[in-house]
Structures are given as C-alpha cells and as structure tokens.
Design a protein around this ligand. Structure first.
Ligand SMILES: Cc1cc2nc3c(=O)[nH]c(=O)nc-3n(C[C@H](O)[C@H](O)[C@H](O)COP(=O)(O)OP(=O)(O)OC[C@H]3O[C@@H](n4cnc5c(N)ncnc54)[C@H](O)[C@@H]3O)c2cc1C
Length: 488
C-alpha cells in the first residue's frame, strides 16, 4: 500500500486525502492548527459560533458531485437550505435591492432598473449557462498541464464561444447600460480576486451560479461542510495529525521522501502540499527544487486580502438579510485601491454576513452574529490602530444606512486581517483568496500541480489549478489525487 502525506487540512487537502484513501492509499494529513478547515475554520466565543472564511455556498452541483464520488450525498452530513432573498444590496440610506431566489421575480427587478433588461438577462444567463456547463464538464476538471489539453477540437471550438479572451467588463456592458445592474453582475468577480476589466468574460458563469443555481446555506454554518468531509475521510481510513507544523519537505536526489515536522518525521511515497504554494516553495523546499523563482511570485497578481470583524450584537438587526452588500461607495475607487495603487481603501464596499438571520444556533437568543468584511490589497501595513479606525467608520456608516444604533451594542469583537493570514496560513502577502483569476493567470497559466524536479511532490489548493473558492478547492484536491492514482 503506497502512502501519502498531505500538508494542510483545508478544503483542498481534505478533498485530496479522501479521494486517495478511497482508492486504497494510506493517507496522513498534517495540519498546523488544532482543527481542520484552513481558511474555513470556525471559532466559538461567548455563545457565538463564527465561520472564519467562506460564507457563500454556491455551485451546489460541485458539492453533490464530490460526495457522489464516495456514494454519499451532502444531506448525509448537513442540512442545506436555499436562501431567499439570495442577498440584499444597499445602494444608499433609502435604497436597497433584494435579489429574489425566484427567477421571474428577479427578471422584473431588472426590468424596473432598465427597460428591456429582463429579456437581456435571459440572453445573458443563457450564454452564462452554456459557459458554466462546458467549464464544469470539460475545463475545470483538466489538470491544466499545458495549453494542448485545451486544443482538442471540441474545447477549442467551445473556448471561442466562451470568450476566454474578452474582458468581463466589455461583456456585461454590451448587455446592460444601468450602472447598478452592472455592479450586480460584477460583484461575483470580487470572489475571483480580479477587476471586471482584467477578468475573462468566461467568468460570467459565476452570474449563472448566482442567479440560477442560487445561494445556499448549511444549517449550523459553513463549517458543517468541513466536519462532513473530515468524517467521510476518517471513515475511509485517513489519519489526521493536528497541531503539527511542517518545517521541511525531505528530498533524496530527484524525489521527496516525506516531511519533517516540529514533532518528528513522516516518510511517504508521495507528498501533497495544500499549504500556500509560495510558502511550500520558499520555506519548505531546499534550494534548487522550486517550480518558480521569487521574481515569478513578485510578478503575480494576488487576489485581495481582507479586513474582517467578527461581531456579537446584543439585539436583532431587522434591516439586515443573511448576506448584505454595501455598494453605497465608489466601487471603481475601491478596486483601484486594491489593484492599481495598493493602499487602505478610502471608499470601501463592505460585505456583511449575518447567519443568525437564518440560523438560531450561531448566536445567543435575541442576538446577531456578524462577519463584516472588506477586501483590501495584500501586503499592506496592518496595525491595531488602522483596524479600529475602520471599525468605527463602518459602524457609523452601517448605523446611517440601517437607521439602527449598533456600535454601543457590540458585546463581542475580534478583528482579523493581513498579518493574521500570514501568521495562520503562511499566506503570501497575507492574501485571503490566492491568485487573481486574471487573463494571464487562468487555466494552464496557473502554477502547476506537479513539481517539475520531484515528480512525487504535488501542490493543491487555491493558488494552483483551478483557483480560489470552495468548489474549486474541492476539485483541486480531486485533480491532484488523480495525478497520483494515474502515476502509481
Ligand atoms: C475571508 C474569506 C472568505 C471567503 N469566502 C468564500 C465564500 O463565501 N465562498 C467560497 O466558495 N469561497 C470563499 N473563500 C475562499 C475559500 O475559503 C478558499 O478558496 C478555500 O477555503 C481554500 O482552501 P485551500 O485548501 O486551498 O487552502 P487553506 O484553507 O488555506 O488550507 C491550507 C491548510 O494548510 C495549513 N498549513 C499551511 N502551512 C502549513 C504548514 N507549514 N504545516 C502544516 N499545515 C500548514 C493551513 O493551516 C491550512 O489549514 C473565502 C476565503 C476567505 C479567506
């Protein structure tokens, strides 16, 4: 029986571990934290349960397909509900839009904002559905080793139709004139860590995921998905070692022989690192074994980091929905502060997740559980004073927009930002979401899954193929497992 060591128990590590154990490999997962989940960990404090990372459960089909690979269903592990409205957008003090789950109602909302936009949405989403289906059946499950994978006739022909090379901005602008509609269409691009100008039109598939497939929520929180995957992996024989920090990937000439941790060595036939790619290459591998130089990393466009506040509020906030987007400030200026001239944003768009609007289990009775998040440029100076300044600004803005007093009702507060991402996840420049999915960093232009000099060392996770987000992390783990299964 061949044995595999997986570094990291985030979504990609869990996915790779379970996939290999199901095919008869002996798998050990080595994780520096005391629990799995990585960027999707949770913590509990004073009666609140906070998800620390992902809060949007999108693309339910990817989760279903993943569990089906083990003859299981998501419902074997957690209860999913579809949120309705999917989310609320605040435009100004007196204006907000709820995005209904029902498609016909959604179309009428578009029609109210721009005459003819309902019918245009039909056409836009029909094309987006086509891209989604092609991507999910063909492109996303490719290991992206070279452009020749995409050169099969069917894919090439489809690639032209899915506009890999046209910008997202030009694409949406060719359908809609209304600025608010364009903002609604562009917001999922924030998940991909890019701007509408530099993200390929291919990613309008995210609008299909948003508006047709819907926004879902696992009762108890996103962490229920992590627990389900851990339970499944353990039932397949995966062994987890928590509170173990990997310090070195061991090598012998042209192969890896395992890893050195702060608590001893683990010998393995294969090593998969789901830790951030840059950390694996720059800190865990000895000189000469890297796939990429430090100059390569310096040239990468990173997805944003985030400034996050986990807040417990001692009253209910009826003005909020489960997911809330605050687009009352200049969207373009915020994107410039992230990508063009990296600086702390002067007019940030804010996202607030309030799972306690849906789920009684995540906050004490009569209280609200909030995760307040603003995307910020990676690598910025991050001090307590800056965080505090932003908390005050946000809260005053929120009070104004919702007409509720909030600042005086905070009974629990924890901030989390760039330096925490570095400390907790060894994240390059403190990125939250890996590499931006720009035109030059898509598909076969992403960092490779296999080490070129040590063929039994592989990489998985959001900095590799296919990219950032929970569904891609699940697929990334499957891809890397297939590489090993095919080579064993
Ligand atoms: C704030 C935030 C919000 C997000 N929101 C969403 C969302 O709503 N929907 C969505 O789909 N996606 C979202 N994402 C993205 C998604 O969470 C990530 O893309 C995904 O969880 C990444 O999984 P991963 O396995 O690649 O990496 P990670 O989760 O980072 O896992 C890597 C693991 O490796 C461990 N590790 C690192 N170095 C070492 C070492 N030396 N030794 C041992 N262990 C090590 C880390 O502790 C970690 O557990 C969000 C991310 C963040 C940060």
């Amino acid at each position: 029986m061949k044995n595999v060591v997986v570094i990291g128990a985030g979504f990609s590590g869990l996915s790779a571990a379970a996939s290999l154990a199901a095919r008869g490999f002996k798998v050990e997962v080595i994780e520096k934290h005391k629990l799995p989940g990585g960027r999707a960990r949770k913590f509990e404090a004073e009666g609140f349960t906070f998800d620390m990372g992902p809060s949007w459960y999108w693309m339910p089909d990817v989760f279903e397909k993943w569990f089906a690979g083990f003859d299981k269903k998501p419902s074997d592990y957690f209860d999913l509900i579809r949120l309705d409205p999917s989310y609320r957008v605040f435009w100004s003090k007196d204006e907000s839009t709820d995005l209904p789950a029902n498609y016909e109602l959604l179309k009428s909302k578009f029609e109210e904002m721009e005459t003819g936009a309902g019918e245009k949405l039909d056409r836009f989403l029909k094309e987006a559905e086509y891209k989604y289906n092609i991507s999910m059946s063909d492109l996303i499950y490719k290991p992206s080793k070279s452009m020749f994978e995409f050169a099969e006739w069917k894919i090439l022909k489809n690639a032209l139709k899915i506009q890999l090379f046209k910008s997202f901005k030009r694409h949406t602008a060719s359908y809609f004139k209304n600025e608010r509609i364009n903002q609604l269409m562009e917001f999922p691009i924030l998940f991909l860590g890019g701007t509408a100008e530099n993200t390929p039109a291919l990613y309008s598939l995210m609008n299909y995921a948003d508006m047709k497939l819907g926004t879902w929520y696992p009762m108890g929180g996103m962490y229920k998905v992590v627990e389900g995957m851990q339970q499944l992996a353990e039932s397949l024989g995966v062994h987890f070692h928590f509170n173990y920090n990997v310090e070195r990937i061991l090598t012998d000439r042209n192969k890896t022989t395992g890893v050195r941790t702060d608590r001893g060595d683990f010998i393995a036939d294969y090593v998969i690192s789901s830790a951030d790619y840059h950390h694996t290459e720059s800190k865990l591998l000895s000189h000469g074994h890297q796939n990429y130089s430090s100059e390569y990393w310096d040239r990468r466009v990173m997805a944003p980091s985030s400034l996050i506040f986990f807040l417990g509020i001692d009253k209910k906030l009826d003005a909020l929905e489960h997911h809330n987007l605050f687009f009352d400030q200049d969207f373009k200026k915020h994107a410039e502060d992230i990508y063009k001239k990296p600086t702390w944003p002067s007019q940030p768009s804010i996202y607030i997740s309030a799972p306690s609007r849906t789920d009684d289990h995540v906050a004490p009775e009569g209280m609200e559980n909030l995760m307040v998040l603003i995307p910020v440029a990676p690598g910025l100076e991050d001090t307590e004073a800056i965080r505090e300044k932003y908390l005050k600004l946000f809260m005053l803005r929120l009070e104004k927009l919702t007409g509720e007093s909030i600042l005086d009702h905070i009974v629990y507060k924890r901030s989390y930002a760039i330096s925490d991402f570095v400390k907790d996840y060894n994240a390059f420049k403190g990125n939250a979401y890996g590499l931006a999915n720009t035109l030059r960093q898509t598909a076969f232009l992403k960092p490779k899954l296999v080490n070129k000099k040590l063929p039994n060392l592989l990489y998985t996770g959001q900095l590799s193929v296919p990219g950032p987000g929970v569904p891609p992390a699940l697929i990334s783990g499957q891809l890397v497992a297939s590489e090993i299964i095919n080579s064993a």
